[in-house]
Design a binder for this molecule. Sequence first.
Ligand code: IPD
Ligand code: CA
Ligand code: CA
Length: 563
Amino acid sequence: MHGRRLATTERILALLSPDAEGLYDQLEAWAADHGLDATAVGLEESVEEAYDPERSTLAVTLGGDGTFLEGIKRFTPHEIPQLGINAGTLSFLARVEPEDMDAALAEAVHGRATVDSRQMVAAEGENLDATGINDVMIENVPPENAFDRKVTTLAVFVDGEYVGEYEGNGLAVATPTGSTGISLSARGPIQLPANNRTLQIVPLHTHSMGVRPLVVSADADIEVVTREQASLLVDGGRVQKMLAADEVIRLTGATEQAHVVRTSYDEQFMAAVSSKLGWGLRSGTDSGPRELLASEVPESDVSTVEHARTIAKEAAQGAGEPLRELHGRVEDVTYKTNKSDIVTEADYQANRLITTVIRNEFPDHSILSEESEFYEGSSEYTWVIDPLDGTGNFAHGNPQYSVSIGMLRNNEPVMGVVYVPETDELFHAVAGGDAYQGETQITTTDRESLDESMLLSGWDPDGAFLTHFYNETQGVRALGSAALSLCYLASGSADGSWEYGTYPWDVAAGIVIARAAGARLTDRHGEPYTFTMDTEQRKDLLASNGPLHPLLLAHLQENDRLA
Ligand code: IPD
Ligand code: CA
Ligand code: CA
């Protein structure tokens, strides 16, 4: 999940430990000041009633790691991102101190926090279907009589391969998040948890020194077979089960991921390890995140346009998430008959996310979006946005649609970002610089002859471009997204592109990218293309690699002459 997505948060669901009510009052007041709705849920209550899937929600836990783990259990099934405020003592998971709560909340709901996805572990067996974020422990059951056997034996297989017998107190199958818990006290390795997709099998006090902690992929199928009675605990007892002899427990990485919100007010992971465990490699107290921020280039030195590119990339990728989700539901019964509903919803969600992020970062910039009223700011910068370019494709489940975010300075396009959610292609450029796809520089082709070229056509009402060039070239493709056509020209997968009529939001970003990659842009008469914010007129745009331009123009002019 992208942290920018939190910019559209409408409500906060807070899960409270019993002694955190004072802190909740502070949270509620903060939420009211920021126009957000807050609801408290006690540890004994379920979140089901308070949860509303229609409203974008941030979960906050107020308590220690126990409360955080309870939050994971309740919020993860709804994919709600979770921020932990540490009102406990030894906390590895809830890492924001209460005095930083307001600032951390502000960072999150402005979309400036990051959201880590955390691997969870799934355990299945007879009458057992549980997931945990820390670990699953399978342990001996203490005997009633002190003279009886105090150990247990477990046979372990990974992906069908026999690993061996674990004789001792048992074992823990821990996630990277859980690596600082029970697994650590059994001398397991510490794993940095963010976006780490592994599990570790750690023996608990085995009788054989040769049995070592084993790290496996989160896709591995781990099978534990009990040789005698044992007990199973998920996340320290949040789920418990007694196991008989010869039971089989299957463990693997859960398909669902927990979404953990990280702000710059979180104590950093290694700083927490260092200070809480006395790791001693460096001082944990003065190595917090604010030191890291200070080492970044000071904001005053970062040019507005470069900063805008960063924000535009994040906003476009953030908007890609709801678009991908809705695109995946195009074939749902609800949408099958009325495809315009899903397009309206997609336009709305993507537009709201992008405009909120921009308004948060650049409150004085103007915003022209296809999907909202013009917002007039006081600066010389204007953002021009098409939150979903290629609506026809989107509505039919075709993956060729894009998010287009351009920025103008004194009405001239100076920055462009185009993101393709289904393929994760991210095109970007600033005027005067190079064009990129991701981290890789892109340039137009240098083909000079039509018969080797591939062209793209957008709206072409009389079919003049398509019919004429289809036979003269290696093909003319109609992608259905003007922004994407300009990016494919920029990256060299096409040599020219024709649009009979474009709106400013279709091309504001794409023309910066195409120009930076070396493209030539004119109108149908060969006059240099001039961008306009006028939404009343659709402008024609012929874009090419340069060498082919005269040949493309010649035909358009010939066509006009015959018309
Ligand atoms: C349209 C697409 C299409 C182009 C049209 C645009 P929309 O935008 O970019 O490829 O030919 O001119 O209006 O409606 O999908 O945002
Ligand atoms: Ca468009
Ligand atoms: Ca659109």
